[in-house]
Design a protein around this ligand. Structure first.
Ligand SMILES: Nc1ncnc2c1ncn2[C@@H]1O[C@H](COP(=O)(O)OP(=O)(O)OP(=O)(O)O)[C@@H](O)[C@H]1O
Ligand SMILES: [Mg+2]
Length: 304
């Protein structure tokens, strides 16, 4: 229960009530959503940021990307981070995974202070970055070649690992493509393979930085449901950065809104839509209310 209090304390602003609910009128929906929201079960913290600030370069030209940011993500929770371009969302991803260390404040993952690159993290970015000289199967096998204890077992137990990869590729609809190369696949198929590579080693934390941004609208929607299925099956903790508010509401348990740079949390809301969410969910009044409310909270940043 300690974490419930911590989460309330660590948000930088009081949590405003914005839900407009499931009922037929906005006020009826608000009542239902508030009840659902207050009965939501909180999980123990897995990612914790306390008063984190980050400046790139420590001279006169330094850029303050994150400012006094506090955030707690529960174990197994799926959160989405939205905000104007250049506000520090990718910087947040780097700070959580230990690729850059904060100038001030504390970052913890799984209860351990982050002092360098965090192990057991899966990552997927806007570009699939599959290695063109490797087959899809060998691309998805890659984490096992790098991460302990798998890298020591891979040679002796290759058939087992290949079986794992093949089953995952089947799940995302790439059953017949494991022997192909990335350049023989469409952009959507490459991104499916990329997601497989990000989660094949069962990471406890998945970091997604606009992984669907370069896809057409239909493929993007398809991949939302692939992502949802993978997450419901494996229940890793996930942080998704996106500019697509529908994507944020469809996938996340909680959506965080960043201010223009330096990134601070100016708003957050729980998304208590039942799962699995479907295309039909995106037409529901609650879904569109949430998307509209989030849109109103996002202020454009000026490039600097
Ligand atoms: N390695 C770096 N060195 C110096 N400045 C950087 C570096 N990376 C990012 N920045 C600056 O930090 C700020 C935040 O960048 P970041 O990439 O986190 O934004 P973002 O919210 O992910 O933007 P977008 O939505 O466009 O991807 C920007 O002003 C950017 O120029
Ligand atoms: Mg970014």
């Amino acid at each position: 229960m300690r974490f419930i209090h911590e989460r309330r304390l660590t948000t930088t602003t009081p949590r405003p009530i914005l839900h407009k609910g499931l009922g037929s009128t906005p006020s009826a929906r608000r009542v239902i959503m508030n009840e659902l929201s207050s009965s939501a079960i909180e999980s123990p913290a897995f990612v914790e940021l306390r008063d984190v600030s980050l400046s790139y370069a420590a001279d006169a030209d330094s850029i303050l990307a994150l400012d006094n940011l506090s955030l707690t993500v529960g174990k197994g929770q799926f959160i989405a981070v939205v905000g104007p371009s250049g506000c520090g969302k990718s910087t947040l991803m780097k700070v959580v995974t230990g690729l850059v260390l904060p100038s001030r404040g504390i970052v913890k993952v799984g209860g351990e202070a982050v002092t360098g690159p965090v192990k057991n993290v899966g990552m997927a970015f806007q570009n699939a970055t599959l290695l063109p000289w490797r087959t899809i199967r060998d691309n998805v096998l890659l984490p096992f070649e790098i991460i302990r204890p798998h890298r020591h077992k891979l040679r002796a137990e290759r058939a087992y690992y290949v079986g794992l990869v093949q089953r995952l590729l089947n799940t995302v609809g790439l059953a017949g493509f494991s022997e192909k190369y990335s350049w023989q696949l469409s952009g959507g198929m490459q991104q499916r393979a990329n997601l497989c590579r990000a989660i094949v080693h069962q990471p406890s934390l998945l970091m997604l930085d606009e992984p669907f941004a370069s896809l057409d609208a239909f493929t993007r929607e398809e991949l939302w449901f692939v992502m949802q299925e993978l997450w419901m099956d494996r229940k890793f903790t996930a942080i998704l950065v996106t500019h697509d508010l529908r994507e944020a509401v469809l996938l996340a348990d909680r959506v965080i809104v960043f201010s223009p740079r330096p990134g601070r949390i100016i708003y957050e809301t729980d998304v208590v839509l039942p799962r699995p969410r479907t295309l039909q969910t995106t037409y529901s009044p609650l879904f569109t209310d949430l998307v509209h409310d989030l849109r109103e909270k996002i202020r454009p940043g000026r490039p600097s």
